[in-house]
Write a protein that binds this ligand. Sequence first.
Ligand code: URP
Ligand code: ZN
Ligand code: ZN
Length: 463
Amino acid sequence: MRFDTVIRNGTVVTATDTSVADIGIAGDTISAIGAGLPVENAGRVIDAANHLVIPGGIDVHTHLDMPFGGTTSADDFETGTIAAAFGGTTTLIDFAIQYKGQALRQAFDTWMQKAQPKAVTDYAFHCIITDLGSAQLEEMGQLVREGVTSFKLFMAYPGVFMLDDATIFRAMRQAAKHSGLICMHAENGGAIDVIVQQALADGKRAPKYHALTRPTTAEAEATGRAIALAEMAGAPVYIVHLSCNEALEKVREARDRGLPAYAETCPQYLYLSLENMDAPGFEGAKYVFTPPLREKWHQEKLWQGLARDTLQVVSTDHCPFCFKEQKEMGKDDFTKIPNGGPGIEHRLSLIYTGGVHGKRFSANRFVEIVSTAPAKLFGLYPRKGTIAVGSDADLVIFNPEQEETISAKTHHMRVDYSMFEGIRIKGMPRTVLSRGRTVIESGKFVGRPGSGQFLRRQTYSGL
Ligand code: URP
Ligand code: ZN
Ligand code: ZN
């Protein structure tokens, strides 16, 4: 047996098991797991004693190089995948946007051109549908066959992204027919727009009004409606960036009834709250994203949702805009602040800190939330999302005791602030491998732009 790399003596943690073992890698994949693997002929031996070895993180919600509100998100597929890798994430599913009048294929082609020359780790796409005529309805099946097996729809942003219920229902029926998965941005955009217009008329223009004009009821109503439409269509549904207890309750009720309803939350909703929007001057703009931040008490409800499997996934909704020049576009009007926040780098550390060190769930559940469940739900398992013979050697050697304070001064995202500035994390990647190649080694990026591959995903088959 000859290995290109052997990782020795690590504590191998998957969603189901924990054991001390060696991992042998040949080419792109894991070729052996066991005690005392031969190292004499190995190309490289990595000592992982006192470290966890976990499957590479999978972030199913990112917006790299994305045009929004007259500007473009600050990380492209090179800087974004590098920052992700520093944090132990080795697979991204980004959103290819179909603009009005376009074919879905155009969205896919455009985002492939953005990603292919730049990504340092593997990537896939969901397709955002904004215009669903009969041609695009037909195309949904074609895209699924090409590995773009999920579609994001919006119930918010009227006039830009929002679809009406009939269109959503049609898309859900078509997704069900082709075993695709609908990802839903669930906020009642019509009601929110009325509240926003009233706020502007009343002269309420500061960043915090972004949050105050998007009530939890608007998110809960849309979440319940998305689930009801999916039930009628006989389709599974995945609620993205769930932020509050009221929406969580809608998902819990649906799951208690046995419906294939799933949801993700994001670290910002677990660590930040409405209070952050009271930051001095215009600083609240750093936290302008949708759904907005909520009162602090929602945080513990969301952690409990993760522990109890009401929530299956933590993604980041990484959508970075620099404070200077980009967020500042909305200095006099919160509706002009580009929506989104940076988070691709610290997801694993934040969830390990609050989840495992915080004694809310086990290291196995941590792996399930950040890697295995995303892989299963989005058609990447068992190639990604676990440590098994035949799986891609996307591996993170993770020091569960290493501590750091998050800061924009030290992060690798191409953005001039951190949403999590000053937050202490415990548990950090030391070495990160993508298909057997080392991409991060002791705080240094050692990978190569363009070496990431597009992943053709399998159709939806449950969790
Ligand atoms: O504010 C956000 N979340 N920006 C990204 C787009 C979206 O709705 O996910
Ligand atoms: Zn969204
Ligand atoms: Zn998003």
